[in-house]
Design a protein around this ligand. Structure first.
Ligand SMILES: NC(=O)c1ccc[n+]([C@@H]2O[C@H](COP(=O)([O-])OP(=O)(O)OC[C@H]3O[C@@H](n4cnc5c(N)ncnc54)[C@H](OP(=O)(O)O)[C@@H]3O)[C@@H](O)[C@H]2O)c1
Length: 243
């Protein structure tokens, strides 16, 4: 009867995680959405049959929002005497995707770092501090092939510079988390996941992979993570991604 915490769940890949996980009534879901005032119709449709799915506001770029979310999560988990087994840091943004390194706008880069890097960092640290992560929690940080230095060299990347920089930052964060969390949670495994080029608002309609297929692959990897996978970088199809 595992507990999953998923960020960025009202659409895209986060919504698809919830759709697949909510089908098992044994799963408790802490379902984070940036704003409870946004359109949650799709999300409510997929959670309606699972009484253990709790939709909670969680803006990962706001320390106050993280704090309030952790308090709600604490109340829910204490009542069930449970901790989080799977933390899925899926929320993310790609702002100004046509920009390269020569026309970066600092406001955009700051926003991407706040959401894509500091969000997972602060949420994970806050949940740890509140004692809400299980000893062998699996932390999935949603990165991108665009965060891989080697792939960016190979592909001569000339777009999405701010996004790539933020995802490369998330990759380095994950390496640090993989080490630092072990001091508190001996069985923790942190995994970086590249979901492929997925048909979502961020990926666009020309993307190659259906959310269902990407998420099935990532859940299979997530559930198979072993101790020695701590700090590893996976493609949704199970292959390793070069750093
Ligand atoms: N789609 C792809 O091809 C692709 C490829 C590589 C990596 N990824 C990564 O996969 C993850 C999910 O992307 P997606 O394709 O599902 O994108 P998406 O459809 O644009 O969804 C992004 C999600 O992130 C949420 N979000 C944005 N800012 C947030 C914040 N401050 N706090 C909490 N939630 C926030 C959005 O909520 P609102 O609707 O409320 O804004 C939305 O639920 C991202 O980390 C992305 O970088 C996607």
């Amino acid at each position: 009867m595992p507990v999953y915490c998923i960020t960025g769940s009202n659409r895209g890949i986060g919504l698809e995680f919830v759709r697949q996980l909510a089908q098992n009534p044994d799963n408790t879901l802490l379902v984070g959405v940036r704003s409870l005032s946004s359109d949650l119709n799709d999300l409510e449709a997929v959670t309606s049959k699972n009484p253990s799915a709790h939709i909670l506001e969680l803006d990962v770029s706001s320390e106050d929002s993280i704090k309030a979310f952790v308090k709600f999560a604490e109340d829910i988990l204490q009542a069930k005497n449970k901790k989080i087994d799977y933390l899925l840091n899926s929320a993310g943004v790609n702002i100004a995707s046509t920009h390269n390194s020569l026309n970066l706008v600092s406001e955009n880069v700051h926003a991407q770092i706040a959401i894509n890097v500091l969000g997972p960092a602060q949420l994970t640290a806050s949940l740890l501090k509140a004692g809400l992560l299980s000893n062998d929690v699996r932390v999935l940080n949603m990165t991108s092939g665009l965060g891989s230095a080697q792939l960016s060299i190979d592909n001569k990347s000339n777009q999405c510079a701010g996004y790539s920089i933020s995802k490369a930052g998330l990759n380095m964060l994950s390496i640090h988390q993989a080490h630092d969390l072990r001091a508190h949670l001996p069985g923790v495994v942190v995994g970086l996941m590249d979901p492929g080029w997925v048909k979502t608002r961020l990926g666009g309609s020309e993307a190659l992979v259906e959310p269902k297929h990407s998420v099935e692959g990532m859940l299979s990897i997530l559930h198979g993570l072993k101790d020695e996978d701590n700090g590893s970088f996976f493609h949704y199809d199970g292959k390793r991604v070069p750093w």
